[in-house]
Design a protein around this ligand. Structure first.
Ligand SMILES: [Zn+2]
Ligand SMILES: [Zn+2]
Length: 313
């Protein structure tokens, strides 16, 4: 759909999505009999507020605002435009209790692990901001049993691993799943896959997942639901048999498909609680990492030298 100069797509009945460079946001309308209005799920990268508002006004009319914003988790590519949006829409923001420290300025996320994944995104994960933001004024704890009052028909499923308070949303009536980064439908370590949205069923983004045991359990939990539609944080929407086959394959072979061979958080998870990060495994400098660092440094100095020589020309 291309209206109002915004490009978005329909996921299923009452659910729409929009791709913001390499990450998706979703809007869910309540069925009239169930509840009022609509909610926004995730807010994309920084600078996306105008596009999100344009999409909302195109779908629900001028001056519309969601009854709530729900965050699958607080990573910067999902919560990047949150502060900006709250200037226009002063609405409650729901997140899992274990995700709150990173949204109330209490704790930063554990650092990314540039060693895993092997792609360009892993390299730039050095600069992936893991700093907490503070939206305390609007934040509400999700009650994992009762879900979100503004979205009564959808179940909230705690799917930790990628982050401690990561959640997925599930609509049993249509077997529709919004999975955040619990799994993805593109290879998010590769800039090529990520930016072209090339379909490739994958586990959570490797360089920023800090508990692989929990991440595997979460994927198995989602596979057991046998969703018919899956909308993820990164990559295209997947449906039907293709989705179920790929998801159960990932669930059954999570350790060999999704978990990196080695890395900072492999075999040793970061530990966190309601107050934020408690333990971060020490960094082991390996030969591979040294090589990675050398390549990054070489590319950076090449770019700097080129810039300097250009400015002298
Ligand atoms: Zn994430
Ligand atoms: Zn993400």
């Amino acid at each position: 759909m291309l209206n109002n100069n915004v490009k978005y797509f329909q996921v299923g009945q009452g659910v729409w999505g929009m791709r913001l460079l390499f990450v998706n946001v979703y809007m869910i309308a309540n069925r009239r009999s169930a509840g009022k209005g609509w909610v926004l799920v995730d807010t994309g990268i920084k600078g996306s507020a105008k596009k999100i508002i344009a999409m909302a006004e195109d779908l629900f009319g001028p001056g519309t605002r969601p009854s709530a914003i729900i965050l699958t988790h607080g990573h910067t590519d999902h919560a990047g435009s949150l502060k900006e949006l709250l200037k226009y829409w002063n609405v409650p923001v729901y997140a899992h209790p274990l995700e709150l420290p990173y949204l109330t300025g209490k704790s930063d996320y554990p650092p990314a692990d540039p060693e895993v994944g092997g792609g360009f995104m892993s390299l730039i994960s050095f600069i992936f901001p893991t700093k907490a933001i503070d939206v305390s004024k609007n934040i509400r704890e999700i009650d994992p049993h009762d879900g979100v009052p503004e979205l009564p028909e959808w179940k909230v499923i705690h799917t930790p691993g990628h982050t401690p308070g990561h959640i997925s949303l599930y609509f049993p009536l249509n077997a529709m799943l919004i999975a955040g980064d619990a799994f993805t439908t593109t290879q998010s370590e590769s800039a090529f896959y990520l930016l072209t949205y090339t379909k490739k069923f994958s586990g959570p983004p490797k360089y920023i997942t800090t508990d692989w045991i929990a991440a595997g359990k979460s994927v198995r939990k989602l596979a057991a639901l046998q969703p018919r539609v899956a909308a993820t944080g990164h990559g295209p929407i997947m449906y039907g048999k293709e989705l179920q086959t790929e998801l159960s394959f990932l669930a059954n072979r999570f350790e060999s498909i999704a978990v990196p061979d080695k890395g900072r958080y492999v075999g040793r998870a970061a530990v966190s609680d309601k107050n934020g990060v408690r333990y971060i495994p020490p960094y082991l400098i390996t030969a591979k990492l040294k090589a990675t660092l050398a390549v990054t440094a070489a590319v950076a100095s090449f770019l700097i030298v080129r810039k300097i020589s250009k400015s002298w020309a």
